[in-house]
Design a protein around this ligand. Structure first.
Ligand SMILES: [Zn+2]
Length: 214
């Protein structure tokens, strides 16, 4: 499994650093490509690594704009430029669908705005979801609004990053992917592994833990 950092800035993108987004690549022949968060300015960075048509799904950890606002750019790319054969599945936290719909109505008279480009779903915390050979079980973490860690498993092994002091899992579950705590791009990280209680876990040293608060 490979994790590619596409952006790690907070609500304002930094110089040369978009807001939060991480590309998880895994499964057989690394065919499964899941985007974790879709923050401001990340689509251009994503296209340096994969075509939109090759994405398997998008998961959004929480509904702060720096974690989802490039779904708008993604819609335009998929609708007019990419030639994807079917809409891309997007999984939002509970309540995310209405919030995203309100944003789309504020910026466009074309409704349903995402039709034909993105299929919008909502995930349930603690309920596992499978994308290809990858499985994720979102779980609640401490943040200003409902937010979720994303531990991934494939072939019976668990992959994630350690929690930072700012983001503590709300229950005794595997360490979390905390999208506000990973290294700045450009960095494609071949994740090392460490055996912990029978699991193979990723060990990325967090370098920042900022995140949007509004
Ligand atoms: Zn946030």
């Amino acid at each position: 499994m490979r994790l590619t950092v596409l952006g790690s800035s907070a609500s304002q993108p930094g110089a040369g650093d978009a807001s939060s987004s991480y590309l998880v690549t895994g499964g057989r022949r690394r065919r499964d490509r899941v985007l974790l968060d879709c923050g401001s300015g990340i689509v251009g960075n994503l296209l340096q690594h994969t075509a939109l048509s090759e994405l398997s799904a998008i998961f959004v950890s929480h509904m702060h704009p720096d974690h989802y606002i490039d779904l708008i750019a993604m819609r335009y790319g998929l609708r007019y430029g990419d030639g994807r054969s079917r809409p891309l599945d997007v999984y939002l936290p509970p309540g995310g669908r209405d919030q995203l719909q309100a944003v789309s109505e504020a910026i466009s008279k074309t409704q349903p705005f995402f039709e034909g480009a993105l299929n919008i779903h909502e995930y349930e915390p603690e309920a596992p979801l499978t994308v290809g050979d990858l499985t994720v079980r979102p779980f609640r973490v401490v943040h200003g609004i409902p937010s979720h860690g994303m531990p991934w498993t494939t072939d019976g092994r668990a992959w994630s990053t350690r929690p930072t002091p700012s983001f503590v899992p709300s229950s005794r579950l595997p360490p979390l992917v905390r999208t506000c705590s990973l290294p700045r791009p450009p960095s494609e990280v071949a994740l090392p592994t460490t055996t912990t209680r029978g699991r193979t876990c990723l060990r990325l040293r967090p370098v920042r833990s900022r995140c949007a608060r509004a």
